[in-house]
Design a protein around this ligand. Sequence first.
Ligand code: AMP
Ligand code: ZN
Length: 175
Amino acid sequence: MRKEGKKIVNISTQAVLPRLIFKVYPKNYILYGDAMQKSDCLFCKIVRGEIPCAKLYEDEHVFSFLDIGPLNFGHALVVPKVHCKNLFDFPPEHAQALIMALQKVGRAVMQGAGATGLNVVQNNFADAGQSVFHMHWHLIPRHAGDGVLPWSPKSYASQEDMAGLANRIIENLSI
Ligand code: AMP
Ligand code: ZN
Protein backbone atom coordinates (compact mmCIF):
# COMPACT_ATOMS: atom_id res chain seq x y z
CA MET A 1 0.00 0.00 0.00
CA ARG A 2 1.41 3.41 -0.93
CA LYS A 3 -0.99 6.26 -0.29
CA GLU A 4 -4.34 5.83 1.35
CA GLY A 5 -6.70 4.06 -0.99
CA LYS A 6 -4.68 4.62 -4.14
CA LYS A 7 -2.59 1.46 -4.40
CA ILE A 8 -3.85 -2.06 -4.96
CA VAL A 9 -2.83 -4.50 -2.23
CA ASN A 10 -3.16 -8.31 -2.37
CA ILE A 11 -4.66 -8.13 -5.82
CA SER A 12 -4.56 -11.92 -6.09
CA THR A 13 -7.01 -12.21 -3.20
CA GLN A 14 -9.40 -9.52 -4.43
CA ALA A 15 -12.95 -10.74 -4.94
CA VAL A 16 -14.00 -10.82 -8.59
CA LEU A 17 -16.98 -8.52 -8.13
CA PRO A 18 -15.09 -5.63 -6.50
CA ARG A 19 -12.51 -5.82 -9.26
CA LEU A 20 -15.25 -5.41 -11.82
CA ILE A 21 -16.76 -2.53 -9.83
CA PHE A 22 -13.35 -0.85 -9.82
CA LYS A 23 -13.26 -0.94 -13.62
CA VAL A 24 -16.76 0.51 -13.86
CA TYR A 25 -16.38 3.22 -11.20
CA PRO A 26 -12.66 4.04 -11.10
CA LYS A 27 -13.13 7.59 -9.76
CA ASN A 28 -15.70 6.87 -7.13
CA TYR A 29 -13.99 3.88 -5.61
CA ILE A 30 -10.64 3.32 -3.98
CA LEU A 31 -8.88 0.08 -3.16
CA TYR A 32 -7.85 -0.49 0.42
CA GLY A 33 -6.05 -3.57 1.64
CA ASP A 34 -7.91 -6.64 0.49
CA ALA A 35 -11.23 -4.85 0.02
CA MET A 36 -12.82 -2.42 -2.37
CA GLN A 37 -14.25 0.64 -0.67
CA LYS A 38 -16.25 3.67 -1.69
CA SER A 39 -14.66 7.03 -1.00
CA ASP A 40 -17.83 8.88 0.11
CA CYS A 41 -19.51 6.06 2.07
CA LEU A 42 -20.05 6.63 5.83
CA PHE A 43 -19.23 3.05 6.82
CA CYS A 44 -16.22 2.81 4.46
CA LYS A 45 -14.94 5.95 6.20
CA ILE A 46 -15.46 4.31 9.61
CA VAL A 47 -13.62 1.18 8.42
CA ARG A 48 -10.71 3.35 7.24
CA GLY A 49 -10.62 5.23 10.55
CA GLU A 50 -11.60 8.56 8.97
CA ILE A 51 -14.69 8.83 11.20
CA PRO A 52 -14.48 7.81 14.88
CA CYS A 53 -16.44 4.88 16.26
CA ALA A 54 -16.62 2.64 19.31
CA LYS A 55 -14.78 -0.22 17.60
CA LEU A 56 -15.47 -3.75 18.81
CA TYR A 57 -13.74 -6.06 16.33
CA GLU A 58 -11.81 -6.16 13.08
CA ASP A 59 -10.35 -8.87 10.88
CA GLU A 60 -9.27 -9.07 7.24
CA HIS A 61 -12.82 -8.91 5.87
CA VAL A 62 -15.09 -7.57 8.62
CA PHE A 63 -15.39 -4.56 10.93
CA SER A 64 -17.69 -4.09 13.94
CA PHE A 65 -18.61 -1.10 16.09
CA LEU A 66 -21.39 0.13 18.37
CA ASP A 67 -24.44 1.67 16.72
CA ILE A 68 -24.60 5.37 17.59
CA GLY A 69 -28.39 5.20 18.06
CA PRO A 70 -28.89 1.92 19.93
CA LEU A 71 -32.27 0.17 20.16
CA ASN A 72 -30.81 -1.37 23.32
CA PHE A 73 -27.47 -0.63 24.97
CA GLY A 74 -24.77 -2.71 23.31
CA HIS A 75 -26.51 -2.64 19.88
CA ALA A 76 -23.64 -3.34 17.49
CA LEU A 77 -23.14 -3.22 13.73
CA VAL A 78 -21.10 -5.73 11.73
CA VAL A 79 -20.06 -4.62 8.23
CA PRO A 80 -17.98 -6.18 5.46
CA LYS A 81 -14.88 -4.14 4.63
CA VAL A 82 -15.72 -4.48 0.97
CA HIS A 83 -18.27 -1.85 -0.04
CA CYS A 84 -21.64 -3.21 -1.10
CA LYS A 85 -25.01 -1.51 -0.92
CA ASN A 86 -26.99 -4.40 0.46
CA LEU A 87 -27.31 -8.18 0.59
CA PHE A 88 -27.74 -8.46 -3.16
CA ASP A 89 -24.36 -7.10 -4.22
CA PHE A 90 -22.41 -8.59 -1.31
CA PRO A 91 -19.69 -10.89 -2.71
CA PRO A 92 -20.58 -14.36 -1.32
CA GLU A 93 -16.88 -15.18 -1.00
CA HIS A 94 -16.92 -12.97 2.11
CA ALA A 95 -19.96 -14.66 3.66
CA GLN A 96 -18.10 -17.14 5.84
CA ALA A 97 -16.00 -14.38 7.44
CA LEU A 98 -19.14 -12.33 8.01
CA ILE A 99 -21.05 -15.17 9.71
CA MET A 100 -18.05 -16.00 11.89
CA ALA A 101 -17.83 -12.35 12.97
CA LEU A 102 -21.59 -12.26 13.68
CA GLN A 103 -21.19 -15.29 15.94
CA LYS A 104 -18.09 -13.94 17.69
CA VAL A 105 -19.32 -10.38 18.21
CA GLY A 106 -22.89 -11.56 18.89
CA ARG A 107 -21.74 -13.77 21.78
CA ALA A 108 -19.63 -10.92 23.17
CA VAL A 109 -22.46 -8.39 22.85
CA MET A 110 -24.78 -10.69 24.78
CA GLN A 111 -22.23 -11.27 27.53
CA GLY A 112 -21.09 -7.65 27.69
CA ALA A 113 -24.61 -6.25 27.78
CA GLY A 114 -25.86 -8.91 30.17
CA ALA A 115 -28.51 -9.87 27.59
CA THR A 116 -30.54 -13.06 27.44
CA GLY A 117 -31.45 -12.74 23.75
CA LEU A 118 -30.11 -11.29 20.51
CA ASN A 119 -31.79 -10.10 17.31
CA VAL A 120 -29.78 -10.12 14.09
CA VAL A 121 -31.36 -7.64 11.67
CA GLN A 122 -30.27 -6.55 8.20
CA ASN A 123 -32.29 -3.93 6.32
CA ASN A 124 -32.27 -3.76 2.49
CA PHE A 125 -33.49 -0.62 0.63
CA ALA A 126 -35.03 2.52 2.14
CA ASP A 127 -38.53 1.04 2.32
CA ALA A 128 -37.20 -1.64 4.67
CA GLY A 129 -35.62 1.01 6.89
CA GLN A 130 -32.12 1.05 5.39
CA SER A 131 -30.56 4.47 5.93
CA VAL A 132 -26.86 3.72 5.35
CA PHE A 133 -26.23 2.11 1.98
CA HIS A 134 -23.22 0.01 2.93
CA MET A 135 -24.54 -3.41 3.96
CA HIS A 136 -24.56 -3.86 7.72
CA TRP A 137 -25.95 -6.35 10.20
CA HIS A 138 -27.48 -5.17 13.46
CA LEU A 139 -26.77 -7.19 16.61
CA ILE A 140 -29.39 -6.09 19.12
CA PRO A 141 -29.09 -7.45 22.67
CA ARG A 142 -32.44 -8.32 24.22
CA HIS A 143 -33.80 -8.64 27.74
CA ALA A 144 -37.04 -10.28 28.82
CA GLY A 145 -40.00 -7.95 28.30
CA ASP A 146 -37.97 -5.05 26.89
CA GLY A 147 -40.53 -4.42 24.11
CA VAL A 148 -37.89 -3.72 21.47
CA LEU A 149 -38.73 -4.84 17.89
CA PRO A 150 -42.39 -5.78 18.33
CA TRP A 151 -43.38 -8.67 16.05
CA SER A 152 -46.93 -8.44 14.68
CA PRO A 153 -47.79 -11.36 12.36
CA LYS A 154 -50.54 -11.11 9.70
CA SER A 155 -52.72 -14.01 8.44
CA TYR A 156 -53.21 -15.15 4.83
CA ALA A 157 -56.83 -14.92 3.68
CA SER A 158 -56.76 -18.60 2.65
CA GLN A 159 -54.48 -21.55 1.93
CA GLU A 160 -54.88 -20.81 -1.81
CA ASP A 161 -53.79 -17.23 -1.24
CA MET A 162 -50.69 -18.47 0.56
CA ALA A 163 -49.92 -21.12 -2.09
CA GLY A 164 -50.41 -18.57 -4.90
CA LEU A 165 -47.88 -16.23 -3.39
CA ALA A 166 -45.45 -19.10 -2.77
CA ASN A 167 -45.72 -19.96 -6.48
CA ARG A 168 -45.09 -16.36 -7.58
CA ILE A 169 -41.97 -16.32 -5.40
CA ILE A 170 -40.77 -19.69 -6.75
CA GLU A 171 -41.20 -18.43 -10.33
CA ASN A 172 -38.71 -15.68 -9.49
CA LEU A 173 -36.02 -17.93 -8.02
CA SER A 174 -34.24 -18.27 -11.36
CA ILE A 175 -33.91 -14.51 -11.87
P1 AMP B 1 -30.09 1.08 8.86
O1 AMP B 1 -31.26 1.95 9.22
O2 AMP B 1 -30.38 -0.40 8.88
O3 AMP B 1 -29.45 1.53 7.57
O4 AMP B 1 -29.03 1.29 10.01
C1 AMP B 1 -28.11 2.31 10.02
C2 AMP B 1 -27.61 2.40 11.42
O5 AMP B 1 -26.39 3.11 11.41
C3 AMP B 1 -28.56 3.13 12.36
O6 AMP B 1 -28.97 2.25 13.40
C4 AMP B 1 -27.72 4.30 12.87
O7 AMP B 1 -27.95 4.58 14.23
C5 AMP B 1 -26.31 3.81 12.61
N1 AMP B 1 -25.32 4.85 12.44
C6 AMP B 1 -25.42 5.93 11.61
N2 AMP B 1 -24.29 6.67 11.69
C7 AMP B 1 -23.48 6.03 12.56
C8 AMP B 1 -22.18 6.30 13.07
N3 AMP B 1 -21.47 7.38 12.68
N4 AMP B 1 -21.64 5.45 13.98
C9 AMP B 1 -22.35 4.36 14.38
N5 AMP B 1 -23.57 4.05 13.94
C10 AMP B 1 -24.14 4.87 13.04
ZN1 ZN C 1 -19.08 1.58 2.03
